[in-house]
Design a protein around this ligand. Structure first.
Ligand SMILES: [Zn+2]
Length: 166
């Protein structure tokens, strides 16, 4: 028996199979026209949990999903907290920073990360992770200066690491 096209209101025969979700367990049956339309619009991520999307993204970016999930989740929570502190407390950060004197190499490296002079090593770490993702040559959309930017970030991180990580 030939099924009717699953597209609402369509009376043509549903001869084309299209996956309902990314696990490919269930399918719609569409006529050729509606199958084409569906495939074009199908969002591969639509049925994934945020964790699955993140894992898929990491796989594409780094070649494998990050193994330590708890740690990764904790870091992103840390980063959200940090951003929140940073936005709400910028004045406070800046006031503290005026009293501190840091080597100029450290100051310019913090500038690369757009971080206040009063930031902690942990804050540098989460910001680095975020920027490294953003400018990773394999994933960044703006191909042109990505490699140079990525190198700049890595260099700044190395300098900060020698100063902060004790
Ligand atoms: Zn149809």
């Amino acid at each position: 028996m030939i099924k009717k096209c699953d597209h609402t209101g369509c009376t043509k025969a549903g001869t084309c199979r299209a996956p309902k979700s990314s696990d490919l367990k269930e399918y719609w049956f569409f006529c050729q026209e509606h199958a084409g339309e569906y495939n074009k619009n199908w969002n591969f991520y639509s049925n994934m949990t945020p964790e699955e999307i993140e894992a898929d993204w990491e796989k594409q970016t780094f070649g494998a999903a990050l193994k330590d999930k708890d740690k990764a989740n904790k870091e992103s929570a840390d980063y959200a907290n940090f951003i929140n502190d940073f936005i709400t407390g910028r004045d406070r950060f800046d006031k503290v920073s005026n009293k501190k004197s840091l080597p100029s190499k450290i100051v310019s490296s913090l500038k690369v990360f757009d971080l206040p002079l009063s930031c902690t090593w942990r804050e540098i770490g989460v910001k680095y992770r975020s920027l490294a993702k953003q400018y990773h040559p394999d994933t960044s959309k703006q191909k042109k200066n990505t490699a140079a930017e990525f190198a700049k970030i890595s260099e700044a991180y190395k300098i900060l690491e020698t100063y902060y990580k004790k």
